[in-house]
Design a protein around this ligand. Structure first.
Ligand code: ZN
Length: 301
């Protein structure tokens, strides 16, 4: 009989799903990526992937896009709630897996899983007990770890929708968020950059003024995060942050905004090890989901 020790992880993004089985970043046995279409088709493909590994699977971590119902006492626990993504509002991801797999199942937000992945697997993060992971791409969100735990609270943080200073003389773009207009996501997500400058963000050269403005918004969000949570590390991931020339612009502006007020040698220094790209790259989410699966297995024992 096969040993049942394999961990499964599913990162369910708004544009693509990534599923993997294995034991960690250096030990993945199988992995699949596919576009996010209808809930039935997309979850069907994910379920079929894990079905192949059923005899050896010990636990699965599920990390779809949100907003999610993360309250175990709620009747809709496990569901995607108010998403504008057609067809997905009310889809219960956890229930779909419970119906097929009698295994420990973990369930959390995709960006929370990415934060947990960086926190769990990256050697430089061992010994920390706090970390914030921002994803800045088509959407913006943050996973927050404090005291070694993923912060949920009432529902889960929605740090992509905080308000930031918006100088309308410098930037007349009204913002792209259907809920708030010029919140952080409305001003700084990939579609906002494209709409403001009339061409897709990935076609804008490094020296384009778009990036100085983008760094301005991200730096304000990062400075607010430092002031509010005092995390020991801030990871900036997602499609927009693949433009690595943003990092020095952001670090410089964060230092200017804080203006010497936060008394830490980390902030006084170059912040090159404080405000960082994800060490796991585009795999932070799925590897975090794997780590969530491992935690669910430990808790079930
Ligand atoms: Zn918003």
């Amino acid at each position: 009989m096969a040993t049942r020790n394999l961990l499964g992880g599913m990162e369910g993004g708004g544009t693509k799903f990534v599923c993997a089985v294995g034991h960690g970043p250096e030990d993945l046995l199988d992995e699949i990526r596919f576009p996010t279409t209808s809930p039935d088709e997309t979850l069907g493909r994910a379920l079929d992937f894990f079905e192949k590994h059923r005899p050896r699977l010990a636990a699965i971590g599920l990390a779809p896009f949100g907003p999610l119902d993360l309250n175990p006492a709620s009747p809709s626990f496990g569901a995607i709630t108010a998403t504008p993504k057609p067809g997905w509002a009310g889809t219960n991801v956890l229930a779909a897996f419970r119906a097929r797999f009698d295994l420990p199942l973990a369930f959390d937000l995709d960006v929370n899983a990415a934060a947990f992945g960086e926190y769990t697997w990256v050697p430089e993060n061992r010994g920390l007990d706090s970390l914030v992971y921002y994803t800045i791409g088509t959407g913006i969100g943050a996973g927050i770890i404090l005291g070694g735990q993923i912060v949920h609270g009432l529902t889960h943080p929605e740090a992509g929708h905080i308000s930031l200073p918006h100088d309308r003389a410098r930037d007349p773009f009204p913002g792209s968020c259907p809920f708030h207009g010029d919140c952080f996501e409305g001003l700084a997500n990939g579609p906002a950059i494209g709409a403001r400058w009339g061409q897709p963000a990935d076609r804008l050269p490094d020296e384009h003024p778009a990036w100085e403005l983008e760094a301005e918004y991200i730096a304000h969000a990062v400075a607010n995060t430092i002031l509010m949570l005092s995390p020991q590390r801030i990871v900036l991931g997602g499609g927009v942050m693949k433009r690595l020339h943003l990092f020095p612009l952001i670090r410089r502006r964060v230092r200017e905004i804080l203006n010497g007020y936060v008394a830490s040698p980390v902030i006084a220094g170059d912040m090159e090890e404080y405000i960082v790209p994800p060490a796991l790259g585009g795999r932070a989410g799925v590897l975090g989901a794997l780590a969530l699966g491992r935690r669910a297995l430990e808790e079930a024992r």
